[in-house]
Design a protein around this ligand. Structure first.
Ligand code: DAH
Length: 340
């Protein structure tokens, strides 16, 4: 009697295990057959009613059924796990032979770009590229450039003074001094770099900006030489001939000194907001080196002379790319930088 029940129970439990389509259904089948209140547990309680000589045989049979069902459950669980793994592998498949996406192209800051173009240009004309410190001595920044401490021209360059008497250089001109001392005449050098002035910041003024200083010292250097190099420089930058004009300009370290203006490239000289309707843009102060400047750096002005210029790199970048606000250049704003 118990025998028959056991056989039926095994058959129906096996069938449920086989037929279960999900892990949940399988679990339900397990609980029903093998759970603490399941059919097998019920049957083993009934064993108490059997005659002692039947009990051992039935107990064995019961255990065999239990083991068979457990094995079947485990096998079915294994199948489910295998299916789940296969589904996941199919979904997560990656083609490792595909070429990797390339690096995101970067670009140089427009200031860096123009600076290296100018360096290449001047190197090709025999100029050395010199570097000077941003923290300078008062002597190199002013005195050696014919601007002693009582000279009113100092007031034009609002200076960041350091507590130890040094200063943040207000222009790249002190590198002229370093160049003359270090290399001596004949000399051809440029010095690009960062300069600082105590300015109220607005769309056209920054406390930090870039210049490119240039100097040539040789025998019988004339304004014609200077103009040749200035025009070559401008053609190199703007990739076309630019019309220039010279006006007198005052800087204590040159004599005569000039402001070199270029005809506005935006409007061609007719007048526009960039040139403030004037048709000309002030870009390149320059002149023949003042004899005192040579003398102060140990060069005999009876034998040598030269020209010098101080190009506003920041101004030049703004002209070339039509940038209307100087603050963008140091902002680090990627929306701005990605355009270059
Ligand atoms: N250092 C001057 C300034 O920042 C610019 C300058 C003018 C440099 C004339 C020169 C020069 O070399 O000859 O205002």
């Amino acid at each position: 009697m118990l025998e028959t029940t056991l056989a039926q129970l095994e058959a129906s439990a096996q069938e449920r295990i086989r037929a279960s389509a999900t892990a949940d259904e399988l679990e339900a089948a397990r609980v029903e057959a093998l759970g603490r209140k399941g059919t097998l547990a019920q049957l083993s309680k009934d064993m108490g009613k059997l005659a002692p000589e039947q009990r051992a045989a039935t107990g064995k049979r019961l255990n065999a059924v239990k083991q068979a069902l457990e094995a079947a459950l485990e096998a079915r669980q294994g199948e489910f796990a295998g299916q789940a793994l296969k589904a996941r592998l199919d979904a997560e498949w990656i083609d490792l032979t595909l070429p990797a996406p390339g690096p995101r192209p970067a670009s140089l800051h427009p200031l860096t770009e123009i600076q290296s173009e100018l360096e290449d240009l001047f190197i090709s004309m025999g100029f050395a590229v010199l570097d000077g410190p941003e923290v300078e001595t008062e002597f190199n920044n002013f005195d050696a450039l014919n601007m002693p401490s009582d000279h009113p021209a100092r007031d034009m360059q609002d200076t960041f003074w350091l507590t130890d008497g040094h200063l943040l250089r207000t222009h790249t001109s002190p590198v002229q001094v370093r160049g003359m001392r270090k290399l001596g005449p004949p000399l051809r050098m440029i010095a690009p770099g960062r300069v600082f002035r105590n300015e109220e910041v607005d769309a056209s003024h920054e406390h930090t900006f870039y210049q490119l200083e240039g100097m040539m010292v040789d025998r019988e250097v004339s304004i014609a030489h200077m103009l040749y190099f200035m025009k070559t420089l401008l053609a190199g930058i703007f990739k076309r001939d630019v019309t220039v004009r010279l006006r007198p300009g005052f800087f204590p370290f040159v004599e005569p000194g000039f402001e070199l203006d270029i005809q506005c490239l935006i409007c061609g000289g007719g007048g526009c907001p960039v040139c403030k309707q004037g048709g000309w843009v002030e870009l390149l102060p320059c002149g023949l080196v003042q004899p005192n400047v040579l003398r102060l750096s140990g060069i005999d002005p009876e034998e040598w002379n030269g020209f010098a210029f101080g190009l506003g790199l920041t101004r030049l970048v703004m002209m070339r790319y039509g940038i209307g606000d100087i603050r963008l250049l140091l902002s680090g704003d990627l929306r701005f930088l990605k355009q270059f």
